[in-house]
Structures are given as structure tokens and as C-alpha cells.
Ligand binder design. Sequence first.
Ligand SMILES: [Ca+2]
Ligand SMILES: [Ca+2]
Ligand SMILES: [Ca+2]
Ligand SMILES: [Ca+2]
Length: 325
Amino acid sequence: MQVLLLLTLAAAFAPAHLTSVDLSCDCRLWHLRDTSINLHCVRGQDGASRVSCQTAEEVDIPAGYRYIPGFALIKLYGTMKPWPGAKKACEDEGAQLAVPRNSAHYDGLKQFFKARRLGWGNIGVTDQASEGVFVGVDGRPVGNIPWSPGQPDNHQGIEHCVDYNSAGGSNDVDCANAAPYFCERPLRAPIPEGYVWMGDAGRFYKVHYERRVFAEAARECKAENGRLAVTDTRRRGEAALELFDLDVDSFQVYLVGFTDQAVEGDFVTETGRHLRDMEFQAWGINEPNNNDNGRPENCLALSKRGFYNDVRCDNPLPFICEILP
Ligand SMILES: [Ca+2]
Ligand SMILES: [Ca+2]
Ligand SMILES: [Ca+2]
Ligand SMILES: [Ca+2]
């Protein structure tokens, strides 16, 4: 990505013990405007100021979250933190310390231990407010805690936080003990059948192989709490390609969520985002040509080969829906 960086030092004389100083700085994108920028201005130990820019897309969640059907998006962090620090770390990324509420949820958490080679992790359950009354981080009571034998024992009177281990048991522990922890990203709505979580892309996707004209395809996605896929970044384009059935003709194209019905040649999403500003723009040879035997092509389709083609909006095609987490 081409980024033009403008940096202004607003306050050069910050106290020496601070690693963070008041700088004002500004990043501008040269070419790709459909992104917002997170800026980090810091002063290093050597006194030099540094700026880092990160793109922030619409809704983004950190890599590593996995979907536990019927529960949520979950991630097990191995960087150990005391329970309050873990709680804050989850909240800082729009999640919460995970609060499993039934045996299926606990089974879902259990899957993580092997993959991460970790033996336990803290969950968002505590009896800090009232000894022996275990509630979730949201304050709601939780039942079904799979206590290990002899637990909870409130050992030495200081165990008010709860963990969960690879043997499938929970223990009340000292909240000050550093431990791995589970973050839970709640879903806004249930995820319908057939949707696949693509962690790299941060989206749920479903390929509909039944053919629909553009307007009808958009309606069907909406009926599933989704929308036609907006393949705005390379990793989202890549994720869509990974989903296509390998047995289907590789020249098959799939409708995605852009049209140039309003302004010829300017493909926009339903929320007014412009394709020309996006990272992923891969037109097929001689496309867009806006010409199907003399009839205009105002809708966008993505081929399994990773190229866009403008197509007629009244041409029934398979389509890709996405759901934002
Ligand atoms: Ca306790
Ligand atoms: Ca205990
Ligand atoms: Ca057109
Ligand atoms: Ca075309």
C-alpha cells in the first residue's frame, strides 16, 4: 500500500519517563481511500519519535478467532494475564472474557487447548461480588460450571475467578494469577446454516449455487442477516475464492455486492463504497466492457479465477453472501 506520511511534532518536550508523548501526525492514502487509518505516535527509549499507520476496515476483528456454532467467535490467548487484565484486553478489542453457559459451549472451548498446546485458560466467570455466587462478566448468573472434583474451594479465602482446563474441569482461582484466557466476540444475530467463518477475512461467507438476478440475490442475502459479499481487500477476495466449489466450472462467475447502475463505470456497494478505492481490484482482460451483445452490464461478478467481470443485472447467477461479525 502506498501511504504518504506527514508527521508534525507538536510537543517535543515531554517528561523523560513517558514513552508516549503528544505528537500530532497524519497519514494520507495516496491511492486507496476506502480505509480509515489508526495512527500510533510513540517516543522510543532512544528519544526518537516513531509513527506507525494501520488500516482499519469497517468491522475488523483480530486474527485467530474461531467460530463455535451456537456460541460465539472465540479466541484463546496464550499471553498470560491476571484475570482483570485479561478482561480488559478482551474488552479493548470489542470482545469480553468468554462466558460459557452450557456444556456445548465448554466443549467448544476445549477444542482450543490442543491447537494451542495450552492446558487451561481463564473464563469470564467470578464470585468477586458475592462469595460462592458465580456470575458472568455481564453480571448474569451462570450455571452448568463443570467444576473439577473438590472445586470450588475458595482456597485461603482468595479464589474468586474461574478457569477451565483441557481435562474439561473448572477451578476457582486467585484473580491475581496470570493465566491464558478466552475472549468471546458475541454475534449480533444467529448465523444461518451454510455460512463459513473465514478468520483471515473476518467474515462469514456462503456461496449460493442457485442462480438469481442481482436484486433477488441481494434480497436473499439480506434475509439471512447478510449482504452480497464486498470483496474489498485481497484477503477477502482470496477468502471468497477459497469457498468456490472446485467441481464447478472455473469460468463460472458469482455475483458480489457492487453495481454501476448510478454512474457508468463507477462500481459502488450498497453503502456507497467505491470499488476503485479498494485494495482488491482484479479485472479480467478487457473488463469492464459494459457490453453483453449491446446491452449494458451494471452488476459485478467474481470468477473462481479471481477476476471481476461486469455482467447484466438481470442475468441469473450464483452469488456470495457475507455476514459481518
Ligand atoms: Ca470465591
Ligand atoms: Ca480452587
Ligand atoms: Ca456498466
Ligand atoms: Ca463484462
